[in-house]
Design a protein around this ligand. Structure first.
Ligand SMILES: Nc1ncnc2c1ncn2[C@@H]1O[C@H](COP(=O)(O)OP(=O)(O)O)[C@@H](O)[C@H]1O
Ligand SMILES: [Mg+2]
Length: 216
């Protein structure tokens, strides 16, 4: 899936002050490519990702998924498009503390009765193995390192095989080995499966793997 944005803008109002975070941004994100958004903290990287993932409304402009204009759809429709096509990895993992690794990954699919449970567990187990987390399936988030939690977040995002994977700072706060493992995995997801991947980062790990670098 391609994502096209035209004249996208986002303004926050904070203590009666207008903060224009995204201003007349035009871009075409194409499937099969890995886009790296770099920039200092506060430049609007997370904001852009939340707009592309339809998690909050833009102030102006348009967002197209392939040729469908999606930003003006109602919330219910946005939500179903997001569930179907977009995997999101949040910077702070957002795992459910009371659920095991495996439960975190399959929760949404089980709730929505998307596949049968045995099938989902099999798929989740395969993804965990790929991410070197097979031995952690029955552990709880608090028993895992930051790098392991980050990988659980990635597993949860890709179990539904989304056309678009959006990752906010997926390798911040990780040691070198864990960071490289995640970069490899995300790179493969993009380039071996012809997926659109958009990543933000303030360090160098993704530089040589990305097809385009956008500087904010
Ligand atoms: N919900 C919000 N309300 C008001 N201001 C916000 C909100 N979210 C982000 N901002 C402000 O927008 C700017 C960009 O934030 P963000 O998109 O998180 O940047 P980055 O991810 O590049 O660090 C910052 O100045 C931040 O304080
Ligand atoms: Mg951010």
């Amino acid at each position: 899936m391609n994502i096209k944005v035209s004249n996208l803008s986002k303004v926050y109002i904070k203590r009666n002050k207008r903060i224009e975070v995204i201003k007349d941004f035009n871009y075409l994100f194409e499937s099969g490519k890995l886009y790296l958004i770099k920039g200092e903290s506060g430049k609007g990287k997370t904001t852009l990702l939340t707009l592309l993932a339809l998690l909050q409304n833009e102030t102006g402009g348009e967002i197209y998924f392939d040729n469908e204009k999606v930003n003006s759809l109602n919330n219910e429709r946005k939500c179903s498009i997001r569930k179907e096509r977009i995997g999101i990895v949040f910077q702070d993992y957002n795992l459910f503390e009371g659920l095991t690794v495996l439960e975190n990954i399959i929760l949404l699919d089980v709730c929505e009765n998307r596949w049968n449970k045995q099938e989902i567990i099999k798929k989740a187990t395969e993804i965990l193995d790929l991410l070197n987390l097979g031995h952690r399936a029955t552990h709880y988030p608090f028993e895992l390192s930051g790098g392991e939690q980050q990988r659980v977040g990635i597993a949860r995002a890709i179990i539904k095989n989304p056309s678009v994977l959006i990752c906010d700072e997926p390798v911040s706060n990780l040691d070198d080995e864990n960071a490289k493992r995640i970069v490899d995995f995300i790179n493969d997801y993009c380039h071996k499966n012809n997926k659109l991947v958009i990543v933000t980062s303030h360090n160098e790990y993704f530089d040589t793997y990305s097809d385009q670098i956008l500087r904010f």
